[in-house]
Design a protein around this ligand. Structure first.
Ligand code: 0O2
Length: 221
């Protein structure tokens, strides 16, 4: 075993992971700015939760083996694009698209991939909007372009996905048919709830707007 070679690899691995940590910090700041701005200007905050995670070297390794990609940093970067991941839960379906538009239109962000599992849910019922975004990070001696996976979904979609994830692993990825069917039904129920809540919210907003107009007119009289 060449100890120097191992040391060199360790330094390279640390550098590689560090870039993802900075990208995550950068993206979290962007999302928090949008959240605060929404609160100040519109007196409304669409973001319910933000959860971010850095994939562990062990899970990166497992995915490399599963995807049969080579062990070079370049090929890991290109084939595993969720090393830095952020999951955002919002209140309504329309918030998902508003928020994604705000992120996608930022000048330093490049949209690499966009998977809309809300318009096209997965066969098991999974719904979410997945974005692979590329952002620049600036270090002492270089600039790196790093991928960050951003998943945006409603609280109901998130509730469903967490339970499905638990069941999937509890049954060691071989979920009994009856449960698969019930999960599909639960996904449809979540969609129905999301649609109803969106409609109710629109109604409340429209009502608030008309009462504000009437109040303004009365003040002018
Ligand atoms: P973890 O532990 O959450 O990171 P990829 O494997 O990412 O290269 P794929 O399948 O094209 O390729 O990615 P996709 O469809 O964008 O989904 C990736 C992530 O979305 C998953 O990451 C999950 O977080 C989530 N996801 C996708 N499908 C489902 C689903 O059916 N149920 C649930 N609960 N989550 C899902 P990981 O790496 O699998 O896991």
């Amino acid at each position: 075993i060449d100890l120097n070679e191992i040391k060199k690899m360790k330094v390279e691995m640390t550098r590689f992971m560090m870039a993802y940590k900075f990208a995550l910090d950068e993206m979290n700041t962007k999302i928090n700015i949008l959240k605060d701005e929404f609160n100040y200007i519109h007196d409304y905050n669409p973001i319910e939760h933000i959860k971010s995670r850095l994939k562990s070297p062990e899970s990166i390794f497992k995915k490399v083996v599963k995807k049969e990609c080579s062990f070079s940093f370049n090929s890991i970067k290109e084939s595993i694009r969720d090393i830095a991941g952020i999951r955002i839960s919002v209140s309504f379906i329309s918030d998902i698209y508003e928020l994604s538009k705000m992120l996608e239109s930022q000048k330093d962000i490049r949209v690499i991939e966009r998977k809309d599992y809300i318009k096209n849910p997965k066969p098991n019922g999974y719904q979410s909007l997945h974005l692979i975004l590329e952002i620049p990070i600036f270090m002492s001696d270089r600039e790196d372009l790093v991928y960050v996976e951003v998943q945006i979904r409603t609280i109901a979609m998130d509730f469903w996905a967490s339970l499905e994830h638990k069941i999937y692993y509890k049954y060691n990825k071989e979920v009994p048919n009856r449960l698969v069917q019930e999960l599909k039904e639960a996904a449809l129920t979540a969609t129905a709830l999301d649609k109803k809540m969106e409609r109710l919210n629109k109604e409340i907003t429209a009502y608030k707007e008309t009462t504000a107009v009437i109040e303004n007119e009365e003040m002018l009289l």
